[in-house]
Design a protein around this ligand. Structure first.
Ligand code: NAG
Ligand code: NAG
Ligand code: NAG
Ligand code: NAG
Length: 441
């Protein structure tokens, strides 16, 4: 066990996401402005040419009939003014760099390599687990999370502190909440799944966590590993030196790395709440996992499954939901079988269900760090697809799914990242994947 509890590091100079602490003051909400002062004391670092505070009010779309959900038309329910960063600058205050760029002026490009977790050396594993422990126990300086027991009433919204890892876990939970339209919840729609935004949303979220850990530790070489689950007969990384074994109740072995972790936002997955346990009332449940015990998910996807999914050349197809056929996204996400025509659980979804416990409760699944290894591999498959079809932002389909249209800003990130703009080679975001195993890639 790592004795990191007491030392409070902060995530300095943070980048992409919400809610930036300086934008949760009364004044920020009153003026609907999220243009924090950068080091040079100007909003969005404008005096240093990093960006500008932009008023987006005039660009509001009009096709949304009656907007009730705070996330629609992101982030304009909260802010009319947000930073627009120039060139290689990024971050909610333009104080950070675009992915893959480093240095005070963000002019230094760097490529990191994401490796299979079993490829890591002893020292690299130690580094991974201590950074994750730090991320789980370090109060995030730049971001807070939103909590309420009643989404209908804005005056009940509260912004509370969370650790860096919990901010990440919360982002997934927040993006997945059912959409509230005209006072009615639509349980089958959300902003990160069941539509064309799925692979890009998760790519951006992993990039966020990776970058925040780099900033927190000062280690620019840190890369999130992946778990290549193709053809696995059991969860071979569920050992105590890696992700941890579990007992019959699913509780992780006390001698494994994540046994002390608790799940933020657990137990309150009703639609009208946003994470009411995010404050210090530690009623949160421990992580649990039960790999291979769910009767309808006894096997993980095979090499052939992945090859077949990669044969689907359209990123997504109408009706852009769980019913889409011949859709790479729907097969990768796993509502569609790798054959492209049978609607059944497979691929990404199958892994969540196979692992059981926290991972099988999708809204809070991001609490289990095996989530990031899983999604890093899903991203590797996405990267294979991008390379095979030479995909680009133009490959992102026109559609009318709320929050998943090509030009929608991805929820809940700052500054705006458009859904279509994530369809680029990973090297443009500063990372690539190792070749693992003798099966080609
Ligand atoms: C942005 O980064 C690239 C490297 O990717 C560098 O060549 C370029 O000069 C940078 N642009 C600015 C404006 O600093
Ligand atoms: C919203 O709901 C109300 C009452 O349920 C209904 O009368 C109204 O037509 C709905 N508006 C829209 C735009 O769907
Ligand atoms: C996976 O299966 C192998 C071979 O059957 C076995 O040796 C290993 O202990 C199992 N690992 C886990 C984590 O169950
Ligand atoms: C997908 O969308 C179509 C057309 O709107 C609808 O008929 C179908 O029920 C939807 N499927 C799911 C699983 O939501």
């Amino acid at each position: 066990m790592l004795g990191l509890g007491i030392i409070l590091f902060f995530c300095f100079n943070a980048a992409h996401s919400q809610f930036p602490r300086p934008c949760t003051t009364d004044a920020a909400f009153r003026t609907k402005s999220c243009c924090p002062l950068w080091k040079d004391k100007s909003p969005c670092g404008s005096l240093s040419g990093r960006g500008r505070c932009r008023d987006w009010a005039g660009t509001k779309r009009s096709q949304i009939p009656q907007v009730d959900d705070d996330r629609l038309d992101w982030p304009r329910f909260y802010y009319d003014n947000t930073c627009e960063c120039y060139g290689n600058y990024s971050g909610f205050d333009c104080g950070d760099c675009r992915p893959g760029h480093f240095g005070d002026k963000c002019d230094r490009k760097k490529m990191i390599i994401r490796r299979e977790i079993r490829e890591l050396t002893f020292l690299e594993k130690k580094r991974l687990f201590s950074y994750l422990a730090l991320a789980k126990t370090t109060k995030c300086k730049d971001f807070v999370v939103l909590s309420t027991g009643d989404r209908h009433h804005r005056e009940t919204y509260r912004y509370v502190d969370a650790s860096l890892y919990d901010v990440f876990a919360w982002m997934h939970y927040y993006a997945m909440k059912p959409i509230l339209l005209n006072n009615t919840f639509d349980p089958i729609k959300n902003f990160a799944h069941q539509g064309p935004a799925f692979p890009g949303w998760h790519r951006l979220a992993i990039l966020f966590l990776e970058r925040q850990i780099q900033l927190m530790t000062g280690d620019e070489d840190f890369a999130i590993p992946y778990y290549d689950w193709r053809g696995e007969k059991n969860c071979s990384i569920c050992t105590d030196d890696l992700l941890g074994t579990n007992n019959a109740q699913g509780i992780l072995n006390p001698y494994s790395h994540f046994s002390f972790w608790r799940a933020i936002c657990s137990g309150f997955n009703y639609p009208d709440a946003y994470c009411p346990t995010a404050d210090t009332e530690y009623k949160m449940e421990r992580l649990h996992r039960k790999p291979g015990t769910t009767p309808y998910a006894l096997n993980m996807p095979t090499f052939l499954d992945v090859e077949n999914v990669l044969k689907l050349k359209d990123l997504d197809t109408p009706p852009f939901n769980e019913s889409s056929l011949r859709s790479f996204r729907n097969a990768l996400e796993g509502f569609l079988a790798p054959d492209g025509v049978t609607l059944k659980r497979s691929m990404h979804n199958l892994i969540h269900i196979y692992l059981g416990g926290t991972m099988s409760q999708i809204p809070i699944s991001s609490n289990d760090p095996i989530f990031i290894l899983h999604h890093s591999f899903v991203d590797k498959i996405f990267e294979q697809w991008i390379a095979r079809y030479n995909a680009s932002p133009g490959s992102y389909p026109e559609n009318n799914e709320l929050g998943q249209m090509p030009n929608d800003c991805i929820i809940p990130f700052f500054p705006c990242h458009r859904n279509k703009d994530i369809i680029r080679k990973s090297t443009e975001f500063g990372y690539r994947f190792s070749t693992y195993n003798d099966k080609g890639w």
